[in-house]
Design a protein around this ligand. Structure first.
Ligand code: FAD
Length: 431
């Protein structure tokens, strides 16, 4: 028995063992053994999900050794499932390629990122799983299968955002794009016009998001525009990125979150000062270094996808809720957008979506705040991120995903004995 914790420190598990197979053959052997011993198995990535989605008291499998580029065919790149997103820039550089879109960190594994529906922002851009064109999995009994839009398409549709419930991914093929730059424009704006003109603002650049600091009228709007490499990088000076990303976003932020935890009454003042300190920045850099930044202050997060049109009303309601309840919330809300996609268990399945994420410092209580915000977002057609905290069960989720039943039917076929089950999957997919 060994102890395992996730990044957000919201989950503690005691797997019987943590296995690190060196190649696919060892994954097959491991699953055949587990089937013989009737042991439960959970693949795990970088442990960056906030939910107990990867937790198990059975065998935990880390795919760190299955990393790197396997094949490149035009823009389609086949990667070992355990490849970390942070390794992709160097791995893809020789081919002049990059991921089309990314979330705000790069610590995750490729398999972990797609399995929970990791996304970034952009009205015309879907999450990473929507760029996946092929998967290779080891199934519960030890059989190895390839699937794609044309080969075992039902398994492909279910396992693209598969929550680790369909098999152990050993390879993931992703449609990449030619490497590109992002011109970043970050500036504070009053919240009211951001909400009033949300559609125009998010349509105004390729990748737009905004942060709203509770207890203030200020939003930080980040707009990134895609440019060809020939446009030339104009990165932030090193002192500035260190000051912004390390000193302000991590060092000072850690200190103010700690202070807010000890003395909650000071949070509104801290947020007003922080909103005031947010400064305008423009720079142009490689896509991956603009999309992602280091996150060293530990937190818990809940994120819901809702109908994009509902954002202004939803944020106004959450604002009223925070005021009415008297909570002191140090973390900004993060609002992003995504194109509709066709991945069965995607939060953006079949509809242009917007994401509302709420966070709390890892020492602060989160349940009351998250549950109340969840109620607001459910009323706007909310679908929870599979890797972030929420309290829904499979009956509620079925009503929110048109292809939920189809995904469960595939699960019954490939894992009838529930080799990959854990309590979280029992809750969200059913026993
Ligand atoms: C600081 C921080 C920032 C984040 N930012 C974003 C963001 O911008 N956008 C966003 O959408 N999400 C974001 N997330 C959430 C994160 O991207 C997801 O939770 C993601 O799943 C984590 O990847 P991981 O490699 O850590 O996987 P884990 O959390 O370890 O596992 C996630 C799931 O993947 C499955 N899995 C892992 N490997 C395999 C495999 N080989 N085969 C089959 N299944 C497998 C696991 O069983 C589990 O179900 C963030 C999380 C943190 C902590």
């Amino acid at each position: 028995m060994t102890a395992w914790r996730n990044w957000g420190r919201s989950v503690l598990a005691h797997p019987t063992s943590i296995e690190t197979p060196r190649d696919e053959t060892e994954v097959v052997a491991l699953l055949s053994r587990a089937a013989g011993d009737r042991r439960r198995v959970r693949p795990v990535g970088a442990g960056h999900s906030f939910t107990p989605i990867a937790a198990t008291d059975g065998v935990m499998v880390r795919l760190d050794a299955l990393s790197g580029v396997r094949r490149v065919d035009g823009h389609e790149v086949t990667l070992g499932a355990g490849t970390r997103l942070r390794d992709l820039p160097a791995l893809l550089r020789p081919y002049g390629l990059a991921l089309e879109n990314m979330g705000d960190i790069d610590t995750q594994t490729v398999a972990g990122a797609i399995s929970t529906g990791t996304h970034g922002t952009g009205t015309a851009f879907a999450g990473i799983a929507a760029q996946v064109t092929g998967l290779r999995l080891v199934l519960a009994g030890g059989g190895v299968v390839d699937c794609s839009g044309t080969v075992r398409p039902e398994l492909f549709q279910a396992a693209r955002i598969g929550l680790g419930a369909f098999g152990v991914l050993t390879e993931v093929t992703i449609r990449c794009v030619p490497a590109f730059l992002l011109a970043a424009d970050e500036h504070p704006m009053p919240l009211a016009p951001v909400l009033e003109h949300f559609d125009q603002i998010t349509a105004g650049a390729d990748h737009v998001e905004f942060y709203w600091f509770p207890h203030t009228d200020t939003a930080l709007v980040k707009s990134n525009t895609r440019l060809g490499l020939e446009s030339g990088r104009r990165p932030l000076p090193r002192w500035r990125s260190t000051l912004d990303d390390e000193a302000m976003s991590n060092g000072l932020f850690a200190a103010t979150c700690g202070l807010g935890w000890l003395v909650p009454q000071v949070v509104p003042t801290i947020n007003r000062v922080a909103a005031h300190l947010v400064s305008t920045r423009t720079f142009t850099d490689d896509s991956y270094s603009v999309f992602t930044s280091p996150r060293r202050v530990r937190f818990r997060e809940m994120e819901y996808a809702i109908d994009r049109d509902a954002i202004p009303e939803a944020i106004r309601e959450i604002r009223t809720l925070i005021q009415r309840k008297g909570w002191r919330i140090s973390f900004p809300l993060e609002i992003r957008v995504a194109a509709a996609d066709d991945v069965w268990l995607s939060t953006a399945y079949g509809r242009p979506s917007a994401y509302v994420a709420v966070h709390r410092y890892h020492r602060d209580p989160f349940a009351e705040y998250f549950l109340a915000v969840q109620e607001v977002l459910l009323a706007f057609g909310g679908r929870p991120h599979w890797g972030k905290l929420h309290s829904l069960g499979h009956e509620q989720l079925r009503a929110r995903y048109p292809r939920f039943g189809d995904a469960l039917a595939v699960r019954d076929t490939v894992d009838p004995d529930r080799r990959f089950a854990n309590p979280y999957l029992d809750r969200v997919l059913g026993p």
